[in-house]
Design a protein around this ligand. Sequence first.
Ligand code: NAD
Ligand code: ZN
Length: 347
Amino acid sequence: MIYFSDTLDTLSEVLSQKEAVFAVCDVNVKSIGEALGRSKSGKKIPVKYVTVSEKQKDLKLVQEICGWLLDKGADRNALVLAIGGGITTDVVGFAASIYKRGVKAAYVPTTLLAQVDAAIGGKTGVNFKKYKNMLGTIVEPEFTFVCSSCLKTLPEAIFRQGLAELLKAFLIENNNDNYRKAVQYFSGITSSTQYQDSTILLPYIQSAVKVKERIVGEDLYESGLRRVLNLGHTFAHGIEHLSQKWNWFKKPNPIPHGDAVAMGIVLAARLSHKVGLCPPLDEQLRDDFLSCGLKVDCPYSPKEILKAAKTDKKAEGDIVHFVLLRGIGDVVIKDMKISEAVKAMEA
Ligand SMILES: NC(=O)c1ccc[n+]([C@@H]2O[C@H](COP(=O)([O-])OP(=O)(O)OC[C@H]3O[C@@H](n4cnc5c(N)ncnc54)[C@H](O)[C@@H]3O)[C@@H](O)[C@H]2O)c1
Ligand SMILES: [Zn+2]
């Protein structure tokens, strides 16, 4: 069940119908956790605050959350509510899915990325060794409460990273020409108050969620169709790998995920054209992403990126499931060898 709202008021109504709620809240959205703690319904919800980062997205945090649930007396009927960005929803969702062999989870995503992507579709997980989301489960949450006013405190730079995933959704399915409308709206934004206009934001978020929800609804366990959601991500993971995103101790996060996705989509569009699937689209997409505040100029060659992408867990042997574009809102999966793709892109 996904609720959409431009105010948090209705969350306490939803929660008042639930028993045994235990909330885990990102410390950066403490005000939301505090508001729940003094919920009008009279029921006091225990809240644990966590500090999150990719480095802390690990089994230690899962253990800490499970330990807290145990100390608070959470039993098999517990509903564990995650409040925060994608790291919080992934880790808390994972902890809930293994605590006492699995209790219910629910999400209040507070970043744009988490609202349109991470908190939708049931994937949970933590990083393990140097691999991102290497351990995880797929369990649909009891509900996700998508509230655009939660984004009011989100720094603009983090907001823009989420835009890459929102635009990606509309490149996969362009219902009502949402892609063009979103590019027009987000490229025209000049003041941060416009990012915070929860009433205007909500329909865009809702449409992007619907795209992911529909696709996941047909393929929860990623046996085929769900792969289209990886548009731009094979390249993005290669780019992130090269920029040593996962070498946390040396060079933390030089190319953020949203920028890497924007670069990856532009490269996927170039490959799509080179293999004859579509007219040249890459320059147009590049301009669109740039106007929306994303970085699109990739410092690496396709050969370097695809070699690095091979180490990504989504690559099976030498064959990669490339998500390619036949046009805006029209994607197709094409299995290609990395060497074949590099050759096409260099031609
Ligand atoms: N499960 C999935 O299907 C899926 C899909 C995409 C991404 N993800 C995961 O999502 C994670 C990235 O999510 P993210 O970008 O939301 O990261 P995040 O959770 O780290 O949030 C980004 C930053 O914003 C802060 N923050 C969150 N909400 C805020 C708010 N409203 N106001 C001020 N600050 C706020 C956080 O404390 C953090 O510092 C990655 O770990 C990725 O693997 C999962
Ligand atoms: Zn992504």
